[in-house]
Design a protein around this ligand. Structure first.
Ligand code: ARG
Length: 291
């Protein structure tokens, strides 16, 4: 377990029955927050009258990137663009499975131009199958690959029509989930994968972010899920990134960290407070490049 400033934090938690967890090496795409500010409000976390520090955002983002690299992952970086303060949230700009790319189409006009910068990055990086969506689609903000199927959120950002489009373009089965709490406007602030490699994928989620029907779907699909509480959810603790063993998550999510440790994972706690002012956490900053 590592803390924000490279200092090991020891969580003394017994794990008598937890299985051994195995990490797999990941490839991520990230975008430095060089032009980060909160100058408009498109989710309840954003308050343009609250001061932000680009310098602090850069420090926290760099620590996050260093954390991934220290864990053995490969991080690619896309050039940020002036006038696109939310471009740091790379997860919203593409869903990549088996080397196929479905780009994004933002709901908010303020973020619209981000999509094309990422489209060009994919093409320049050698991706052949790059499709841009016709429906509003905020990519990994609302899409979570379980290793077997694509969980797809809707309610605030991504249109339900984007779900069937994702199924066709990516060739994976899609399960739609209805988000109901505006604080948890993207699927990736309500749910994340702990283990996407095994026969039985393991997730963590905050039930109250979902409609009753979607909660039943989640219980049916993932009867042994880690269930987050209010405290975990309101620090955006569910906006976490797991490699199958290490779980990179906001330092405030203490209950969730304890829960995942009990299941045999290693929480890796990062301070991402500055980016939270825009409604983001570690996962929002991190697009996974699969295949
Ligand atoms: N300010 C950004 C927005 O509202 C934050 C996006 C966070 N990204 C995420 N994957 N949840 O669009």
């Amino acid at each position: 377990i590592f803390g924000p400033a490279d200092e090991p934090i020891t969580l003394d938690i017994a794990q008598p029955f937890a299985p051994a967890r195995v990490s797999t090496t990941r490839r991520y795409l990230m975008c430095p927050p060089r032009y980060f500010t909160v100058e408009y409000a498109i989710n309840p976390w954003m308050d343009p009258s609250q001061p932000t520090s680009t310098e602090l955002a850069m420090e926290q983002w760099t620590a996050l990137k260093d954390t991934y690299e220290r864990l053995g992952h490969d991080v690619s970086v896309i050039e940020p663009q002036q006038g696109l303060p939310d471009m740091v949230f790379a997860a919203n700009s593409g869903t990549v499975i088996d080397g196929r790319v479905l780009g994004s189409r933002f709901r908010a006009e303020q973020r619209a131009a981000e999509a094309d910068h990422f489209r060009r990055w994919f093409l320049e990086s050698g991706y052949k199958a790059v499709v841009m969506p016709t429906a509003v689609n905020e990519a990994e903000g609302d899409f979570t690959w379980t290793g077997q199927l694509l969980l797809a959120g809707t309610g605030f950002r991504t249109d339900p029509g984007a779900h069937s489009e994702a199924q066709e373009v990516l060739g994976v089965p899609v399960v739609s989930l209805q988000l109901v709490d505006p604080r948890f406007y993207h699927l990736d602030v309500a749910l994340f994968m702990l283990d996407d490699q095994s026969e039985r994928p393991l997730v963590a989620y905050y039930p109250e972010a979902f409609s009753p029907g979607s909660q039943r779907v989640l219980r049916r699909l993932f009867p042994d899920a880690v269930i987050a509480n209010d405290d975990d959810a309101v620090c955006l603790g569910l906006n976490a990134v797991s490699d199958g063993r290490h779980v990179v998550m906001p330092v405030e999510a203490t209950n969730l960290a304890e829960q995942v440790a009990r299941r045999g994972f290693e929480p890796v706690l990062v301070d991402i407070s500055e980016l939270r002012k825009s409604g983001g956490g570690p996962k929002c900053c991190t697009m996974e490049l699969r295949g």
